[in-house]
Design a protein around this ligand. Structure first.
Ligand SMILES: NC(=O)c1ccc[n+]([C@@H]2O[C@H](COP(=O)([O-])OP(=O)(O)OC[C@H]3O[C@@H](n4cnc5c(N)ncnc54)[C@H](OP(=O)(O)O)[C@@H]3O)[C@@H](O)[C@H]2O)c1
Length: 289
């Protein structure tokens, strides 16, 4: 039995869809906090189990009889380390043999402002390595699906990408392609105790993204990398929550220091094709406008 956590989220759901193309639904279990969110999966024969990363006993119950677990990192970053360590301990106690974990791509652990995100990944990876279970780490690149938020939802009106990443290059990846790679790894051998950098063999600077966007839309888009404080002040004018502003600014700093400048072709080998590039992605989002 293969159990997918975060099954009600975007990556978990997409992974289950890929799994169901190649294996029987009876071999797939899905962890959900709220069973209503997974009722369609249940109808399709997936074994929906109830559990919460914060409730250790619920996880031990949910993981019984599971051979391979996909542990999708929590989207609640406040006490994420505790949540993940609960899941790793529960997996061990329930007799899980192999854990695949979705971590984050990184050359450095980034500025202090990202510690709340990075520490949980560092500690979860270590807990898995120390657990005695076999594991595969997916160090996922930055979701390309989230590029419109980074470059500003109104970029076509302003004509400017205003983001403090300087000339830092980033490895971006489509959630759906990660899901396909995860499904491949969950159903094949040869991945024990391996860490994979998940993205593409091509990284992008924001100046390049501006050029590609200009080409795709036919409108001249320029890139400006402001001082971090000026960036935060600009976002504050648009009444964004302070925590969101801090997060985006810290990602800018992280990108500027080359923290995600890690090209890697592992994902294309796993899925047997080249992931779409930035031009292809931006076309799908902006070419209709
Ligand atoms: N690489 C990147 O660029 C990037 C960007 C954003 C996020 N991430 C990370 O990647 C993960 C997966 O991405 P996604 O797009 O699928 O996120 P998502 O759509 O927000 O899904 C998160 C999933 O985690 C579940 N979850 C949250 N807290 C939980 C808890 N206490 N116990 C059990 N399950 C819990 C959610 O359940 P509910 O449906 O019940 O809320 C949901 O199923 C995120 O959670 C985040 O850690 C990576």
């Amino acid at each position: 039995m293969i159990l997918i956590t975060g099954a009600t989220g975007q990556l978990g759901r997409a992974t289950i869809e890929f799994l169901l193309k190649t294996i029987e639904p009876g071999r797939v279990a899905a962890l959900a906090r709220d069973p209503h969110k997974a009722s369609d999966l249940k109808q399709r024969g997936v074994d929906v189990r109830i559990g919460d990363y914060r409730d250790y006993d619920s996880l031990v119950r949910a993981f019984k009889g599971v051979n391979t677990l996909l542990l999708i990192s929590s989207n609640d970053i406040v006490d994420r380390t505790t949540q993940h360590l609960n899941a790793v301990r529960a997996a061990k106690e329930a007799g899980v043999r192999h854990v695949v974990y979705t971590s984050f791509l990184r050359r450095t652990t980034g500025p202090d402002g990202l510690a709340v995100i990075m520490q949980s990944h560092v500690e979860t990876e270590k807990a898995l390595a120390d657990s005695g279970m076999t594991y595969t780490i997916f160090r996922n690149g930055y979701y390309i699906d989230m590029v419109p938020d980074l470059i500003g939802r109104n970029v076509l009106e302003t004509g400017t990408i205003f983001f403090p990443a300087n000339s830092g290059r980033v490895n971006f990846v489509l959630r759906r392609d990660i899901a396909e790679g995860l499904a491949r790894v969950l159903t094949s051998d040869g991945h024990a105790n391996k860490s994979y950098d998940i993205g593409s063999d091509r990284t992008y600077s924001f100046a390049e993204i501006a050029d590609i966007l200009s080409e795709v839309t036919g409108k001249k888009i320029q890139y400006v990398s402001p001082p971090v404080e000026a960036y935060k002040q600009e976002l504050a004018k648009h009444n964004l929550p302070a925590v969101f502003i801090e997060m985006l600014a810290n990602f800018g700093i992280f990108f500027a220091e080359g923290g995600m400048d890690v090209p890697d072709a592992t994902l294309s080998r796993l899925i047997g094709r080249q992931p779409p590039g930035m031009k292809e992605f931006l076309k799908t989002i902006y070419s209709k406008k």
